[in-house]
Design a binder for this molecule. Structure first.
Ligand SMILES: [Zn+2]
Length: 217
């Protein structure tokens, strides 16, 4: 019985092997003829609009009604090596869960992903083009909901998602970072800013729309 099945299977395999060139060769020829055709370059993404100033990520445009509960590199409100700011509503606990989070300046979404239950949760990163041509990046973490997609062009004040708790790991808050260079690794949230992480509130306060000469920042 077993031998008979085996020999039938073997014959079937031999037939398939014999047919294989008939199936594969025309396919390869078709692929080859297609690849000879000139390939269209992927369309280049238009650059994001140059920033015209920065607003705060909650309580826009100026953060009214919201507080920083752990500041940037601030031992008075945390470990002292925090690479961003933790923003909360005034009510404490999870009373601010679901608060809309706003893009701080015109830009393009570089990341809109759930990084999982590793402390980051859902994260959005937006790259901004400064008037002098260099890029800065804003990062919004622990979100409850993400409302944008990677590649989206966004404008200052657009809602990108809502405040969350990083999959139940913390009381709801926004962990917000500003970086002097785009597309760094996601990082650890704490450490030496090394010139790559900016003090978010200080940076934004000095660059409110209409309050600065754009070419001088
Ligand atoms: Zn934080």
């Amino acid at each position: 019985m077993t031998a008979s099945i085996h020999s039938r299977l073997t014959r079937a395999a031999q037939v398939l092997l014999a047919l294989l060139p008939l199936l594969v060769v025309p396919t390869l020829m078709a692929v080859a003829s297609q690849t000879r055709a000139p390939m269209a370059a992927p369309p280049a993404l238009p650059p994001p609009a140059e920033v015209d100033g920065f607003d705060f990520p909650v309580g826009p445009p100026d953060g009214a009604g919201y507080i920083v509960t752990q500041g940037f590199q601030d031992p008075a409100s945390g470990r002292g090596d925090h690479l961003g700011e933790d923003w909360n509503g005034p009510g404490g606990g999870n009373s601010d869960l679901g608060t809309p989070i706003h893009v701080v300046a015109h830009g393009r979404v570089a990341m809109a992903q759930d990084l999982g239950d590793n402390g980051w949760g859902r994260v959005v990163r937006v790259v901004h083009r400064m008037p002098d041509g260099h890029e800065v990046e804003s990062l919004y973490a622990h979100l409850d909901r993400i409302d944008v997609h990677e590649g989206d062009l966004v404008e200052r004040g657009d809602v990108l998602g809502t405040m969350g708790d990083a999959h139940g790991r913390y009381s709801a808050h926004l962990h917000f970072e500003l970086r002097s260079m785009a597309r760094l690794p996601v990082g650890a949230g704490y450490g030496d800013p090394d010139g790559l992480y900016l003090d978010p509130s200080t940076f934004i306060a000095a660059r409110r729309p209409g309050r600065v000469e754009p070419r001088r920042w």
